[in-house]
Design a protein around this ligand. Sequence first.
Ligand code: PEP
Ligand code: MN
Length: 338
Amino acid sequence: MIILLKQNANPKQVDNLKNWLTDSGYSLHESQGSHHSIIGLIGDTSRLDIDLISSLDVVEAVRRIQEPYKSANRKFHEDDTVISVGDAKIGGGHFMMIAGPCSVETEEQITCVAKAVKKSGANMLRGGAFKPRTSPYAFQGLHGKGIDLLLKAKKQSGLPIITEIMDINHLPLFENVDVIQVGARNMQNFELLKELGQTRKPILLKRGLANTIEELLMSAEYIMAGGNENIILCERGIRTFETATRNTMDLSAVPVLHKLSHLPVVVDPSHGTGIRDLVKPMALAAAAAGADGLIVEVHNDPVHALCDGKQSLTPEQFDDLAHAIRAILPHCIREAKW
Ligand code: PEP
Ligand code: MN
């Protein structure tokens, strides 16, 4: 349920209302939007007397929220959420370009890619240290050593870093990681999500291979319910009957998510297509559809990559993509700046 306050509401009376609501057992989610001040109520509001609240001097209107996600809901927070990572921002007109290899392999590889993508304007370096592989015999990542190498590359390039967590017991290793990624396969690992809700680090939450948009938002809600509101949603393609691409990029998810939620949305055209040549067209399409950022796999030697070489751009191809994105962003529907 949300309570829209009148524009000139008396602050003392608003405080009285908030105290009464918290004493009645509700968690309050306050948001100062460009048009309204909103108090969002979380809890079982079925027995709350809407007529009584509506009749208060300070209240403009009271509305029930049908959707099961509350904190992630745009009705609770009408303006876009902007998340800061180092000097970079994402959301509300700030575009973020995340680039780097699928997996961290060697110091040389990750620092070389970091410097190259930084030169092309990337705002954040990606690189998997814990890899969720379909086969137990495939390269599983360098684990703690991979994170150490990412931190070295961060130092050398000045780029903040993002890497995937698979097990909450590894959280201490992520202390100096700037953004924690929850991969598609863990989107509904609810215990992991709850623990990440206790941190205050930004989380990039990928949509599961076979999950609906509502399920993605419910997973964001799990993290937000713990108090961590720094969530970046990521569309990375879903499973369909189509086999021409690794996944089917659901680009309509971008405007749908923006309508339903205030959280920033990035698109991953690398996993979304699985094919290098398709990354640029789909990245451009994602930007045109209003994505707040991209996460793109880039490798200095894709042919010899230990993971996902087929979908990785070379640094030169990434530079070309970066130029193309810069050229269209001012004309995209959300007119983001990068
Ligand atoms: C990744 O980004 O490295 C990754 C494993 O992606 P996803 O979880 O989307 O498959
Ligand atoms: Mn990958």
